[in-house]
Design a protein around this ligand. Sequence first.
Ligand code: SAM
Ligand code: SF4
Length: 469
Amino acid sequence: MKTKCLYINTIGCQMNVYDSEQIAKILTPLGYKMNSSIEFADLIIVNTCAIREKAEQKVFSFLGRIAGLKRKKPGLIIGVGGCVAQQEGERILERMPHVDLIFGTHAICRLPYLIEKIEAERCSIVDVEMSEAIEEFESVIESPLDKTDPKVTSFVTIMRGCDNFCTYCVVPHVRGRETSRFPESIASEVRGLVKPGVREVTLLGQNVNSYGKKEKLASFTQLLALVNEIDGLFRIRFTTSHPKDLSDDLISAFKDLDKLCNHIHLPVQSGSNKILKKMNRKYNKELYLEKIDKLRNNCSGIAITSDIIVGFPGETRADFEETLDLIKEVEFDGIFAFKYSDRPNVPAARFANKIAEQEKKDRLQTLLNLQEYFTTKKNRALVGSNELILVEGLSKKKVDSDDTQSKCQYVQWTGRTATNKVVNFIQSEATIPRDRILKGKIVNVKIEKAYSHSLCGKPTLKGEQSYAA
Ligand code: SAM
Ligand code: SF4
């Protein structure tokens, strides 16, 4: 079979990254192989995100830019998948006639059939049908990439969709109702990832705490316990847990499961009860703070990160100040903050008292400046400590070292602490035993410097003891 080049542009969240990997795997039997050069592509897929207006604009500007490629290479197939495809459907073809395929968030499993049809008939297709069941791809779970360049970390989607209907959010509309995968399929996927070298998985869902509830499959903590048993896996992470559903069970799991990393991403969105109500978040500031206390009392040193939206319709200066107060009270390890943007067909788009763009920008900057102080403070507190780092790979080759006069070559490794902080460390090439590739190993690193978004240190070079696994 002739090998054809596949180029995927992934825009958006971790779920899209996971979906793009599934797309690459599912198209392998058709002869498609991933290639990072767009000019060689026989098939370009844009995996899109509709969560904020900016992400959606990115999709259309990319599609506009690749129109010329199609003119040069008429056999080229262009497909648009993901949330914007689900939301806009046929309208994308009207705006971008050089696109051949629109496939929605539930159509990935049908891609081989859709692509073969386009190859044979040179037609354009729109498939945005949604279904309740989740399709599994077990038969193509291993990709050739797993063997040539094994990854250390991987995402694994455990559920799809969302039933929460926060008033600003497009996810329930474009990803459908919440549906969970079978625990055994998830565990078998993780085992399949561990074989070629994955050592850390991040389990993905919009609200992992309600995993399996509707289908009565298993609780999320039971799923975590099952994954925790997998030999060869070192670390487990998950995202996202909705504060209203964060259970005592899950809080205990941080103590009980040795592979579960000491970090939780718990999006608060706002520190004002009035705004939380308008967002339909179904918790208030007091309940959120109670959960934070429980987490910190039960899991010493747990890192806590969050999402915040600034400039939600009707957010007054006083509401915003309450969000800043919450940040000061919690002292998050990190925050993803966003300016509110109207999304099609969601209730908040029709709310009155929209906040001016400049005001949203100013609030965002104020919030980010405040958070920078806490992130740096937390990082600085780690200077002098020893941290276990799962090494993800080389970040730069041949680094200049400022603490040595010698001329020997250095390599810079990068990895993360269990609390999800990026740590870089350099090592003289001479000190690395040839048979010890650090990628995928846990290394004990003494932290020497702290920056706002990363840490820097030295491996504690006590021979083999510094390599914990
Ligand atoms: N399911 C997660 C939860 O409930 O926290 C969040 C998933 S969403 C993909 C990621 C983040 O995007 C949200 O936490 C929210 O902060 C942000 N977001 C969603 N809709 C938004 C909008 N219309 N404008 C700005 N930010 C938005
Ligand atoms: Fe969107 Fe809310 Fe569902 Fe998160 S919980 S995906 S913010 S609707």
